[in-house]
Design a protein around this ligand. Sequence first.
Ligand SMILES: [Fe+2]
Length: 386
Amino acid sequence: MIANITLNWPSVIEFGVGKVKTLATHLKDNKRIYFLADPPIMSTIKPLIDELKGHGKEILVSNEVVPEPPFEALEKLLSGVSNFAPDCVVGVGGGSAMDLAKLVAVLFSREQKITEVIGIDQVKRRNVKLITVSTTSGTGSEVTPIAVLTDVANKLKKGVVSKYLVPDVAIVDPALTLSLPPAVTAATGMDAMTHCIETYTNKFSHPIIDNLVIEGVRLLAANLERAVTHGDDLNARTACALGSLYGGLALGPVNTAAVHALAYPLGGEFKISHGVSNSVLLPFVMSFNLPSCVEKYKNIGNALGINCDCADEKIARKAIMKIKELSNACKIPAGLKELGIPENAIPHMAESAMKVTRLLNNNPREVTLKDATAIFQMAYNGVIDL
Ligand SMILES: [Fe+2]
């Protein structure tokens, strides 16, 4: 029996090289526009901003995007934008810029405080248009109902999940990713790969999503290393952008699982970037999940390019190794030790990860505190034993 599903996606998704030019059209009916843009992308959108001003529109621009944004960064943005009262918010950049823009769009009216919207379906409404323009291929934030903040005091990542965070328009222009440095391409690409794998093997997976994300795995496996080593290869960049978009489209209806849950304390406590945290943990969580996922890992193995006339379980194991090899080829550190995380932090990290129940509940195999500790322990040295 096929399960019911709700697909709450942006009304318009503009995908393709040059699509950033459609932004002007999507803003034609707006009068007061707030842009939140990653600083490196400002030169790209400045001509558009000048053009909009020339048409008599009021524009407010902020570049105050902090990676893995803490509550305080959002508060600062809100105090700058509340008096401006925009009728449209545009987030241009990577996951942090888009997440912050999404939260500004629902919170600038000050009807609710930041702490009141943490969790699932706590946002009351959004009264303004919201547009996202992604400049990395990884987070999927341009199409998701999710935004993540860092609770510095408690050293935890906190998620806001709401249909009001789904943008009206999402623009994915692979040309905007051409200048990304290799390390960012690698980390965001492996985040996208994690989205595809965690939604495909999810306890709440669905055929509509399965078809997208297995193709996402194929695209990313075939093109990510090339995009890392040859950043100017527009074909590789476009394939990674599409793989990332597929992963992003899966996050609202299905969402991630134990990899993302265990990655939270790496970001919250040790400021390890989201993509690197996921990439380091992915093969170890896959190894833990293997008993529950043999057939699906076999399909992932096929999408990763593994074709051997052998038993499903062998292909499944090869798939895990292939993910580890891809991460290595992208020059992402192998384990927690290499990331500078002390071994004695593991018990506390495991306890923190166990609090991320909204994601752990999606995992195909139940994760106990003992399991989480064992997974971190395996990931410490970064050597996988299959
Ligand atoms: Fe992610």
